[in-house]
Each structure stands twice: as C-alpha cells, then as structure tokens.
Write a protein that binds this ligand. Structure first.
Ligand code: ZN
Length: 375
C-alpha cells in the first residue's frame, strides 16, 4: 500500500490535502480515491483497491512527468481522461531548431534517431525541426545526463520498475530534453535495452506541449512498455489541437474548423485557431451529434463552446452548455458566442457521458475588422 501511495502522490493522483492526511482512516480513503482516478485514467477496472492489474501497471517503467496537477483533481481532466484538453503552452515559432549538447556513447547515430522523432510529429502539423550546431541558435537542447543534474528532477540510474526514469522534457517554451545516460540506449526495446526513438518521440511530445494519455496505444501513454515509433489517433488529435494547420487563406473572412470528441478517445476535444495577429472577431461553435440509437442521451453533449480566448475563458469553467432536448427541438444553438478582439481562439467539444457519445461540429470565426480578410 505504501508503494501505491508513493506512486499516486508522485504522479499527481492525490491533492495536497489528500496526500498529507494525518488521520489513518482519512489516508486510507484518500488512497482509495487516488486509486480510482488512476484506474479510470489508465482504463483499468475501477475498484478503488490495489488490484493485481493496478499494481502491475504501477511497477512498469514510466515517464517521470506527473499525469495531473493537484489543482485539476476532481475536474473533467481526471474524470473524462482526456489530458489534451489540459495541455500546456505551445511554441509561437513554427520553424524550430534543436541542438545536441551531449550525446551518448551507447550509439553513434543518436542524432538521427532524435531527428526521426521530431519529424514524426512534424508530419502532422505545420512545424519544422532543424538540427543546428550551436546552442545559441537552438530552441531545444538535447542532452544525456546522469543522476542529479541540477534541474530539480534527478535521474536514478538504470533501475527497473515504476520508479525507473529513462528521460524527461520540459513544457514549452523551455526546450530542454534530457535522457538518462545510465540506461542502455539502443535501436530496439527489450532485454535491458531502451529504444531511443520511442522514448525521444514521447519526450518531444512533452517538449511541444502535450501531456500524458491514459490510452495504452498512445505515444503519450505514461508507461513505457514497448517500442512505439508511430503516433496513435489520440496523439495526432492532441498535437493538431495545439498546432492547427493553416486555416485562413488571403481574402477569407470566415474561418471554420472541425471540432470533435470521440467516445473511445476520451470525452472532449479542443482545436485552437491562431489568427497570427489580434483581430476583431465573432466566434461561435455548432454541433452535430451522431446518436441515432440512444435518443435518451441527447441531452448529454455540450454544445461546442468558445473555450479559451488568448488565455481567458469567456464561458468560465462551467459544466453545462445547451442541452438538446426532445427530437426536432432546436439544438444547434449555443448562447456562448464570443465577440471582441482575439488572436488565439480555442473551441471545445465535450460530452458529459464520456463513454457513449461521439460529437462532431465546427468552430466558426467571422473576421469583423477587415473586409479584405487575412492578407
Ligand atoms: Zn511523459
């Protein structure tokens, strides 16, 4: 139980109050709550007890970056298991440079493996990653380090199990990506070897602003159990929501982007539109629900909302939105349109019932300040 408590506490499944409960009964209750959160996030059977499958997963090597922040506990991020809603800042610059500060003696071509990891992400979004020969010109620095290397997150040697650390990275716009030199770096995974490209792919995801996924097939899954060099639908959805493709052509006055939330990938989805400069806009969301069989659940989708405007949340963090009501009732209307000045607008689709609704819709932005559109 102590091992479980340590794990839950370290990786963000217990709030500060729960973590430090002095009373033994309270602590037992807190651990049970934490286990439920972990089990829900990891798609295990939710029991609130330390089942064998829970313990096995906790003992797998994993990324040291916590899955949740204490202030999120109890919020939709934990309850709906969609971390990408809560991903961090992004890089403003689209053409990024990386520098290999210190390589590993285990490999001669580590830079090529890191470049492949960058390129796998770049294939999905309008970003480029170029290796440069000087730290001064670099956005990212890649280093192999050992033990306590002065950034507050010491490496732990070539251990094994749930507290073994292979690598870590910092969220944007920091740019540091560190690998533990004590591991045995290789181009395949297994028998003590760690596949560099797989781990680099995951850490680059963090360095670009993605957080962990609870889906075991995702690159951004918190545990490391196999070689994984290709992105999962959830990873692609996550990175595209952070770095959307070019959405406006010259002369265009209205921008429409698809927004969706799929039940098998968590209950919500976000898409951010970056206008490149601050504009006067009207923005709103529209939703279509594909739910032909379960009429009773029609009221369990949120309308697609204007979730975030340049860091502000105009709608507040409400659990609501317009309900759909009975058949043929007007349903594609959401009162939370935004009007004002904005550069980055994030639309969000959310389902209250995570596991039985797919939601599809659009976010629309009308540019009000320039008849010529984006030029
Ligand atoms: Zn991670």
């Amino acid at each position: 139980m102590l091992e479980a408590q340590r794990y839950l506490s370290r990786y963000g499944y217990l709030s500060d109050v729960e973590r430090t409960a002095a009373d033994e009964d309270l602590l037992t209750e807190s651990i049970s709550v934490g286990l439920r959160r972990f089990q829900r996030f990891a798609r295990l059977r939710v029991t609130g007890t330390l089942t064998l499958e829970t313990l096995k997963l906790m003992r797998q090597p994993r990324c040291p970056i916590p899955d949740f922040q204490p202030e999120e506990l109890g919020g939709p991020g934990v309850e709906d298991s969609d971390p990408f809603v809560f991903s961090t800042n992004v890089w403003a610059e689209r053409n990024l440079r990386w520098f290999l500060q210190t390589g590993t003696p285990d490999l001669t071509d580590e830079a090529a493996a890191v470049q492949r990891a960058f390129d796998t992400w770049a294939a999905q979004v309008p970003l480029t990653f170029t290796q440069v020969t000087s730290a001064a010109n670099a956005d990212f620095t890649v280093e192999w380090l050992t033990g306590d290397h002065g950034d507050g997150s010491p490496f732990d040697g070539s251990g094994s199990g749930g507290f073994n650390i292979y690598a870590h990275a910092f969220y944007p716009e920091d740019g540091r990506i560190h690998f533990d030199e004590a591991e045995s770096w290789a181009h395949s995974h297994g028998s003590g070897n760690v596949d560099l490209e797989s781990v680099a792919l995951h850490e680059v995801g963090h360095a670009l602003g993605l957080r962990h996924s609870g889906l075991s097939d995702a690159v951004m899954y918190f545990a490391i159990n196999s070689q994984r060099r290709t992105l999962h639908e959830a990873d692609i959805r996550g990175i595209k929501s952070r770095y959307p493709p070019v959405v406006a052509a010259p002369g265009q006055r209205a921008i429409t982007v698809p927004v969706w939330a799929l039940k098998n990938a968590g209950g919500s989805g976000t898409v951010q539109v970056d206008l490149g400069t601050t504009r006067r806009v009207l923005a709103w969301g529209q939703v279509t629900m594909v739910d032909s069989l379960i009429d009773a659940d029609r009221d369990n989708a949120w309308a697609i909302e204007v979730f975030d405007v340049d860091g502000d949340r105009p709608g507040g963090f409400i659990f609501g939105g317009d309900h759909f009501g009975s058949e043929k009732a007007p349903c594609n209307v959401y009162s939370g349109a935004f009007t004002g000045r904005a550069r980055r607008i994030t639309f969000r689709a959310t389902s209250i019932h995570t596991f039985d609704l797919d939601i599809f819709g659009t976010g629309t932005i009308l540019l009000l300040d320039d008849p010529g559109g984006i030029g």
